[in-house]
Write a protein that binds this ligand. Structure first.
Ligand SMILES: [Zn+2]
Length: 221
């Protein structure tokens, strides 16, 4: 069962969260605990994205690989697809998207959050760091999350795997547990068994590095 959970191939461990989203059943109570704590500070915790299936992640990946979806540089600038070779496209996708089977969103333990009270005037959530810093609409909730980090933490703050994502929260207990269960062999099997995955040869060529950096979050070596 853990191979299916870790690679986003099952929903059997999930329960409905809110607004049509799903979360790992062992994270549900803690989510509402955190929501209650933040409500006491007049912050309205809302999740924009939670569980994402393998097929969903593969659609994002393949759309970026064949130019149907924009590619962005590390600093967020849109790149010109036609001027990039396969190798460059591969690394450009990884600036902002996960290889299918390697996203923490597969586990149901990870969520992208914002302060809903700040978006009631029709403002559109971009999930950009500037919204969570300085005078941005989510800066208060972001600061509060640094104080209340016993149940959820942010795995992408140090830039060692993906770029910093101030909106991405991981359930501490279950997220760390699943990360420790996810072996290199599972990742390899997940990639090798998918005949529809684009840029597969680039993934396999760099598999050990990708596993360390994006699944075990051990940074670039
Ligand atoms: Zn996320």
């Amino acid at each position: 069962m853990s191979f299916e959970i870790l690679t986003g191939r099952t929903k059997s461990h999930l329960v409905p969260l809110e607004h049509g989203l799903f979360i790992h059943k062992d994270c549900y109570d803690d989510y509402f605990r955190l929501k209650g704590t933040l409500a006491g500070k007049k912050l309205e915790l809302r999740t924009a994205s939670s569980f994402r299936s393998y097929e969903h992640q593969r659609k994002i990946w393949n759309d970026k690989a064949d130019g149907k979806r924009a590619l962005r540089s590390k600093t967020g600038i849109t790149l010109k697809y036609d001027e990039l070779n396969c190798e460059e496209i591969f690394w450009a996708i990884l600036n902002w998207s996960s290889i299918p089977g390697s996203s923490r969103h597969h586990w149901g333990t990870d969520i992208d959050i914002y302060d809903h009270s700040q978006y009631k005037d029709g403002k559109v959530l971009k999930l950009a760091n500037e919204e969570y810093q300085g005078s941005g609409p989510n800066s208060k909730i972001s600061d509060a999350l640094f104080e209340h980090n016993d149940l959820f933490y942010r795995p992408y703050l140090d830039g060692k795997s993906y770029q910093m994502e101030l909106w991405h929260l991981s359930h501490k207990k279950q997220g760390e547990k699943l990360q420790s269960l996810y072996t290199y062999e599972m990742f390899k099997k997940s990639i090798e068994m998918d005949s529809e995955l684009l840029l597969k040869e680039h993934i396999l060529k760099n598999l050990s590095y990708l596993y360390q950096r994006y699944i075990q979050l051990n940074g670039a070596h």
